[in-house]
Design a binder for this molecule. Structure first.
Ligand code: NAP
Length: 506
């Protein structure tokens, strides 16, 4: 593929996505006309300027969402579903251009960006189908004097805050169920990747989403923008994807207005390889679980717990596979691993590796920042990682596999669960009873059993413990955007009239 031609078409998309805030169906400059630069992490160059939304823009977006609230909630579910379906098809038709945009803003390889477009689009298709399956119920009360009518209604205007690591899929995972449920919304994308989110919004508008339903306000001052919104009684829901510390802070703000919240927070996924595992399958799974998204994923394998009897073979195979990968700009043919998002993230990864090596770990491959522009960090394998070291407690968010060993199943479970996080774990074993036993005991919202990939629009994605509250996708995903209302319908028998009194009471 010719890089120059492709870049030109991406430039067109970036121009088409007018660099404003999206309020009530039109892109307009931010109040005060301030802008900020979006950077290409592979080259350190600017990709263009984006409007820097202010608290006034945030409140204007909330007003638009509130004004559109009743009419949007009253639209036929099929209508909402068809808009999502049309947007799904448009996204797939534009897969190549959107993939370029994701790669330019976020850094991952084009193959991975294409996969993200498909993954994000799947949520639009899935929730387009769920829109027409919002159910209520009707039953006779316990004592027979009433009928219990339960309906589900949209919660109302939502604030959706998203991270940079999957700039199309993360907003799609929130926007799609909100649209399907009949909610209006304000999206605050991450400042590193606002262009892809804007392109997604354009696609939804082209598919027929009415003015005011979806408002987008990028900003470099997230706290200033969101705090007035969280205090405003018109806002009914906060859905956040990001780090656990920011999630905790937002939960404390949400308490002020007893706001409904969904939280998709940080992870610290254990990847357990039992003695009886198919080692080649485990290595293939590890490549996906560790390196998807350059390791910058909440579900990235963060700690490898490998049975001592197979640890050396597993480590050698993983190091061999990881050393075959090509590091480079995501837009270049042949690149497997792109740059990290920025210098701060690269510094953090480098420090974690230095710390672990100082504590006694061995570097099998990688571990050295390459020269040149861009925030590159090489695929790295560390063995003999001391238990309890910093790298096994903190999210690495980079292409570093830290391997430690265990002897007993109970020891592996204890180590896997020894964290405040509980998003996902990966388990490789060929023993069915062990697979069931360990899956039940792992304290995570998701388990990849002999599989390094769990993301799926039809599955409930989310975490236990401090990895979050609520689920995105699956049959329950739409519930996050619906309120239950119960109507007690009187059905008591009428008092009998005099002439009808039963004989014994005359
Ligand atoms: P982050 O620093 O928590 O930021 C996430 C989003 O929140 C960004 O848009 C950020 O904007 C915004 N934000 C930060 N402080 C805020 C505040 N005080 N008020 C309102 N918004 C605020 O996380 P990140 O570094 O972008 O993303 C990586 C994290 O996300 C990792 O911990 C990862 O595990 C987690 N994640 C979780 C899931 C999941 O499904 N569980 C999925 C993907 C990522 P600014 O950047 O402008 O501050």
């Amino acid at each position: 593929m010719n890089a120059v031609t492709k870049s030109a078409s991406v430039a067109e998309i970036v121009t088409r996505v007018r660099r404003g805030v999206l309020i009530d169906g039109s892109w307009r400059p931010a109040t005060g006309a301030a802008t900020f630069e979006v950077e290409d992490p592979a080259r350190g160059r600017s990709l263009g300027e984006v409007a820097d939304g202010t608290p006034e823009d945030g409140l204007a977006a909330l007003t638009a969402a509130d004004d559109a609230r009743s009419s949007w909630a009253a639209t036929p579910p099929r209508h909402r579903g068809l808009i999502l379906r049309r947007a799904y098809e448009l996204l797939l038709r534009r897969k190549e251009q959107l993939a370029w945009l994701i790669t330019l803003e976020m850094g991952k390889s084009l193959a991975e960006s294409r996969a993200e477009v498909e993954y994000g689009a799947n949520y639009l298709r899935w929730f387009g189908e769920e829109a027409v399956r919002i159910e209520g119920s009707w039953k006779v009360s316990e004592d027979g004097t009433a009928r219990v009518l339960v309906m589900r209604q949209p919660v109302g205007p939502c604030l959706l805050i998203t991270p940079w690591n999957a700039p199309l899929a993360m907003p799609a995972r929130k926007i799609a169920p909100a649209v399907a449920a009949g909610c209006t919304m304000i999206v605050k994308p991450a400042p590193q990747t606002p262009l892809t989110t804007a392109a997604l919004a354009e696609t939804l508008i082209e598919a027929g989403l009415p003015d005011g339903v979806l408002n987008i306000v990028p900003t470099t001052d997230a706290a200033a923008l969101t705090e007035p919104l969280l205090r405003d009684g018109r806002l009914r829901k906060l859905s956040f994807t990001g780090s656990t510390p920011v999630g905790r802070l937002l939960l404390s703000h949400a308490a002020g207005t007893v706001l409904r919240t969904s939280m998709e927070l940080g992870g610290n996924a254990p990847f357990i390889v039992c003695r009886d595992a198919d080692l080649d399958a485990a290595v293939t799974g590890a490549m996906t679980a560790k390196l998807r998204n350059i390791g910058e994923a909440c579900i990235a394998a963060n700690r490898f717990h490998v049975h001592a009897a197979v640890a050396e073979r597993f480590s050698a195979k993983l190091a061999a596979r990881m050393s075959e990968l090509t590091l480079g700009p995501g837009t270049e043919t042949g690149t497997d691993i792109g740059p990290l998002i920025d210098e701060r993230q690269r510094r953090k990864v480098a420090e974690l590796v230095e710390d672990t090596v100082a504590a006694g770990a061995t570097v099998r491959i990688g571990g050295r920042i390459p020269a040149g522009p861009g925030y590159f960090y090489p695929p790295t394998v560390l063995t003999d990682v001391p238990p309890g070291s910093r790298i096994s407690r903190e999210e690495i968010f980079g292409p570093v596999a830290a391997i430690q060993t265990f002897e007993q199943e109970s020891e592996a479970l204890r180590a896997a669960n020894d964290t405040e996080f509980g998003l996902v774990s990966y388990l490789y074993t060929r023993d069915l009873a062990r697979a069931v036993r360990m899956s039940e005991r792992l304290e995570t919202g998701m388990v990849g059993l002999n599989r390094g990939y769990v993301s799926d629009a039809s599955a409930p994605f989310g975490g236990m413990k401090q990895s979050g509250i609520g689920r995105e996708g699956g049959n329950s995903g739409i519930e996050e955007y619906l309120e239950q209302k119960y109507v007690a319908v009187d059905a008591a028998e009428p008092e009998p009239e005099d002439g009808e009194l039963p004989e014994e009471s005359r």
